[in-house]
Design a protein around this ligand. Structure first.
Ligand SMILES: *Cc1c(COP(=O)(O)O)cnc(C)c1O
Length: 294
């Protein structure tokens, strides 16, 4: 394992119209970890022992990077995989659902009502009886093991920043949906640094709870900003889309409007609002997600 570390580079990032006293910004390029498996989903699944079960079941939306990543890993390891998908896409498969069927995964459509009760014990019993006690991995792959995988990334960043590039990170920034990525960053961050999550969907107390459920009450080094949801999950605007294009033209960094686009948009806005000190070193985690942008 260790000979392959780090899994992704840490690179400087800036935009032409940033103010003179902008902080230094670095991108952890987890989008480069794997050509098919989305970066943070790769990290979150790294410690899940898929090959120890006969059948894996998980749940998500029709564009879920998590279902896509997990399906790929299961098939690679010869394990049966069933995706419980919110909504019926049978007449209109998304590119990601097409990949899953091409790989030999099974799709099971859930109504919105069924999906809404996904966190109840009745739903768990339904899974156990319908699929005869599979290994069930919750939405987004957000489990305690996911935090361990994100913790590996934090160790890499420390080594790259402190040992190779000669700086100490002051702030970590990442998009937030099901919460384990930000929780993993918050638990891996050193005491004198802070962690800022960029909400990519609406629901302030929901997202707060999604992250907090993995952390001790004493963890106070993190917060979430809800100013850059652009109206909700996968919602976008012309200004977000043109920002993504502008970033690509200036830096050759590909970002997409669902996750990384919102995170970088927030960084750009906050830098221009002088929300950081010129001496700060920000680490923006590029979580991947480019498969979902197809
Ligand atoms: C799933 C995902 C996220 C959100 O991570 P959570 O751990 O669910 O909060 C961020 N970026 C990308 C690209 C994702 O696929």
């Amino acid at each position: 394992m260790s000979s392959h570390l780090p899994l992704s580079p840490l690179q400087p990032f800036s935009l032409a119209d940033w103010p003179h006293k902008a902080p230094r910004v670095w991108v952890k390029r987890d989008d480069l970890i794997h050509p098919i498996v989305s970066g943070n989903k790769w990290r979150k699944l790294a410690h899940v022992e898929i090959s120890r079960s006969k059948h894996v079941v998980s749940i998500g939306g029709g564009y879920s990077n998590h279902l896509h990543a997990l399906g790929f890993k299961c098939i690679q390891q010869g394990v049966r995989f069933t995706a419980l998908v919110r909504g019926d896409y049978s007449k209109n498969l998304t590119p990601m659902l097409k990949d899953l069927t091409n790989w030999g995964c099974e799709l099971h459509w859930l109504s919105k009502k069924e999906y809404a009760v996904r966190d109840t014990s009745a739903f768990q019993s339904w899974i156990d009886s319908t699929f005869s006690k599979p290994l069930f991995i919750p939405e987004g792959g957000s489990t305690k093991l996911a935090l361990k995988g994100i913790g590996d990334m934090m160790l890499e960043i420390d080594k790259q920043a402190i040992n190779q590039l000669g700086f100490t990170p002051t702030t970590f920034i990442a998009p937030v949906a099901s919460g384990a990525t930000l929780a993993g960053i918050a638990s891996g961050a050193k005491a004198d640094s802070s962690v800022l999550g960029i909400a990519v969907l609406k629901g302030e107390s929901y997202l707060q709870q999604q992250v907090a459920r993995f952390l001790p009450d004493t963890a106070t080094n993190w917060q979430i900003t809800h100013d850059y949801t652009f109206g909700g999950y996968a919602k976008s605007t012309p200004s977000l889309k043109s920002f993504c294009e502008q970033v690509y033209q200036q830096t050759q960094l590909s970002i997409e409007p669902v996750y990384s686009g919102k995170a970088f948009f927030a960084v750009d806005a906050l830098v221009k609002q002088h929300a950081f000190r010129a001496t700060d070193n920000l680490i923006v985690v590029h979580t991947g997600g480019l498969q979902g942008a197809r």
